[in-house]
Ligand binder design. Structure first.
Ligand code: GDP
Length: 317
């Protein structure tokens, strides 16, 4: 298919200008802007332009399904539309912003309010995720935050797979002055959950936060163990923890954990060292579950509520 208007304008300079990447940080859209300056969009031109966009998004860890959705929306808005000369860049930016806003629009959960609302205490939160994602640290941070809101917390060390995991949680318990329920290394994690919840009931605690072993989601036995934990603990909230810096890996893990145990919310850690933002955009979209908080550093206070506006700003949109 040829676009007749385009042929008329053949004498004009090239429509795609690529500039050298400047040294300073430009954010996601800054990088795109360098690549796209055009004034006329036929379906062919759109494919060509979108390819540039797609590369930048892939480089920034945006999941392929999300890219496809953005592509469909942008195509609908841009192709064969009477677009004003000189407006294309603004239109693309606005369309991208709106598409990403839509992608990020997943109903969220106010964790503090949900805990307060539950009539039959305690509220049970179980944390899942692969090793090193920041699960234990995140659990401790959330406990710290909840404690600061006047909620009484109990911690459960149901990662009985690694001896160090129990020690790490006991250490946090000491620091935060919170009771940690733990069993021996190698014991049944579901039994730890049970005891933690029983202790929570007995002491009229508001919330029980349970750490689980962070094994690879592909290990069948361990998936069965996670399912057993869920059956026994009957969590009010299953939080999946992943590192935002791992990008598409985080997205894939989120999908797989969601498929095996059905997560309710996500916490992305290490946002302080993530300059790409692709995982932020993609994990909610692929699971349909909200990002509740993000980890933004090494300290106990470094847990922030997730903000879509902030993500868009980081992306330069
Ligand atoms: P787990 O194996 O999933 O329980 O992971 P840990 O809680 O032990 O965390 C692994 C490492 O990541 C630790 O060194 C943490 O200090 C670090 N970490 C956790 N969250 C963050 C974060 O938001 N930012 C940064 N920079 N480091 C983090």
């Amino acid at each position: 298919i040829t676009a007749p208007e385009e042929q008329k304008e053949e004498v004009k300079p090239p429509t795609v200008i690529q500039e050298e990447a400047a040294e300073e940080k430009k954010g996601f859209f800054g990088k795109l802007k360098e690549k796209i300056v055009t004034k006329k969009i036929s379906p062919e031109k759109f494919e060509e332009l979108f390819w540039e966009l797609e590369v930048v998004m892939l480089e920034n860890n945006v999941a392929v399904v999300v890219i496809d959705r953005i592509k469909t929306e942008l195509k609908h808005r841009l192709v064969d539309k009477p677009l004003q000369r000189g407006q294309i860049e603004k239109i693309i930016q606005q369309s991208l912003k709106e598409s990403i806003e839509q992608v990020l629009k997943v109903p969220t959960i106010d964790v503090v309010a949900a805990i307060k609302k539950k009539s039959e205490k305690p509220y049970i939160i179980v944390f899942f995720g692969v090793n090193g994602a920041g699960k234990t640290t995140t659990l401790a941070r959330l406990a710290y935050l909840l404690k600061s809101k006047g909620l009484r917390c109990v911690l459960g060390a149901a990662d009985t797979f690694r001896a160090a995991a129990k020690e790490q949680l006991l250490e946090w318990g000491k620091r935060l002055d919170l009771k940690v329920i733990s069993h021996d290394y190698g014991s049944d994690p579901a039994a730890v959950c049970w005891d933690s919840i029983e202790y929570g009931k007995k002491t009229e605690s508001d919330v029980v936060l349970i750490d689980t072993a962070g094994r690879q989601h592909s290990n069948v036995n361990l998936v069965e163990q996670m399912k057993k934990i869920v059956r026994v603990a009957k969590p009010d909230l299953k939080i999946f923890v992943a590192e935002s810096i791992t990008g598409n890996d985080a997205v894939e893990q989120a999908e797989q954990f969601h498929a095996s145990i059905g997560i309710d919310g996500i916490i992305l850690t290490k946002a302080d060292v993530d300059d790409k933002g692709g995982a932020m955009i993609s994990v909610s979209y692929v699971t349909g579950k909200p990002i509740l908080y993000i980890g933004v550093g090494q300290n106990v206070e470094d847990l922030e509520p997730f903000s879509a506006e902030k993500v868009l700003k980081t992306l330069g949109l």
